[in-house]
Design a protein around this ligand. Structure first.
Ligand SMILES: NC(=O)c1ccc[n+]([C@@H]2O[C@H](COP(=O)([O-])OP(=O)(O)OC[C@H]3O[C@@H](n4cnc5c(N)ncnc54)[C@H](OP(=O)(O)O)[C@@H]3O)[C@@H](O)[C@H]2O)c1
Ligand SMILES: *[C@@H]1O[C@H](CO)[C@@H](O)[C@H](O)[C@H]1NC(C)=O
Ligand SMILES: *[C@@H]1O[C@H](CO)[C@@H](O)[C@H](O)[C@H]1NC(C)=O
Length: 291
């Protein structure tokens, strides 16, 4: 009985917090002139995050592997009102290269206010685990270790600016999802590292915020191509996703769930009824299209 009461009251508190946060707004003045590094910004959610920051007058630094795409995104950032927009080409499969990105950004921007860790790659194709160690190692480097490297190299600048770290996670960073073992592993690892770091900052009175964005299925070109015919969930718009991520970052919120109602109920119920929730989520997969 006490458990049920606790559950109900936490549900009510959660809803109140959701209502409060979702009605709180940000203004361009809060962002104008801020120095932002967005990784994986040649396309997808990262590209949109760069645009949202640009519209509010931030200085943006972009990075990914493809120079031509980055050049076009940078041009559009300037058109949208960015204080400045530049890019550095880098492969996050190489940690020295990741280190260079953070150093370049801090040098070029003269410091750093927002470190947005968003890139994703190297986790192999969507399918069953068949013992492929290469995919696990490569995903671990690109999708986990490079995030930590970028954070490590940016730490001093972020402490100076009392800045913010934004980490893109997924429902697959909270509940194990099939056919994406390496991806899930990297996201769970990120959740562990950054939730620990957040506590540490608090206890050490370091005023650096850590926002973890827990996302559902988003309609980016790559995600739709990769899993569009393999899951029956509907994809949420990347533009709105990016706006919500930037808002949560600027408000220094510890967590963001987007789309909220597509994720939160599963997370709330997971510890109470893990088997039920697992079985429920399994129904979203189109097994005949998955190897
Ligand atoms: N879309 C979804 O459904 C969804 C759901 C949950 C969470 N998320 C998370 O949201 C974030 C963005 O997802 P997205 O769908 O926007 O991804 P995306 O469209 O595939 O974009 C990935 C970005 O990462 C870059 N990238 C890939 N491999 C790289 C490497 N080795 N080194 C450096 N950059 C690399 C890509 O650019 P280049 O190819 O030019 O290098 C691109 O800019 C990811 O962290 C993802 O896990 C997405
Ligand atoms: C990693 O990147 C660094 C710096 O960009 C470069 O000097 C080095 O050759 C790269 N290593 C590999 C294995 O590609
Ligand atoms: C922490 O940093 C933010 C943003 O720079 C600032 O608004 C806030 O006042 C700071 N809080 C403390 C306790 O210094």
């Amino acid at each position: 009985m006490a458990g049920v009461k606790l559950l109900l009251s936490s549900l009510v508190m959660g809803l109140c917090a959701y209502y409060f946060y979702s009605t709180e707004q940000i203004t361009p003045e809060m962002v104008k002139g801020k120095r932002v590094l967005v990784t994986g910004s040649s396309t997808g959610i990262g590209e949109q995050i760069a645009y949202t920051f640009s519209e509010m007058g931030a200085h943006v630094m972009l990075t990914a592997r493809r120079a031509k795409q980055l050049q076009e995104v940078a041009k559009k950032c300037l058109q949208l009102g960015a204080g400045s927009a530049s890019y550095v080409v880098s492969d996050m499969g190489n940690l020295t290269s990741a280190q260079n990105v953070a150093q370049e950004a801090i040098k070029k921007l003269g410091g750093l206010d927002y470190l947005v860790l968003n890139h994703i790659g190297g986790s192999g194709s969507f399918g069953s685990f068949q013992g492929d160690m290469e995919a696990v190692l490569s995903s671990n480097t690109v999708n986990f270790l490079s995030y930590i490297q970028l954070t490590s190299t940016s730490l001093k600048a972020l402490l100076e600016s009392q800045g913010s770290i934004v980490v893109m996670s997924s429902m697959s960073g909270r509940i194990g999802a099939p056919f994406t073992t390496s991806y899930c592993a990297a996201k769970f690892a990120l959740e562990g590292f950054y939730s620990s770091l957040r506590r540490e900052f608090k206890l050490n009175n370091n005023n650096v915020s850590v926002t973890v964005a827990v996302l559902g299925f988003i309609d980016t070109e790559n995600a739709v191509k990769k899993v569009g015919d393999k899951v029956t969930m509907s994809a949420s718009p990347k533009e709105e996703c990016a706006d919500e991520v930037v808002k949560a970052a600027v408000l220094r919120q510890p967590e963001l769930f987007y789309p909220y109602w597509g994720i939160k109920p599963f997370l709330l119920l997971r510890d109470l009824a893990p088997t039920l929730i697992g079985d429920l989520l399994d129904k979203f997969y189109v097994l005949e299209n998955i190897k």
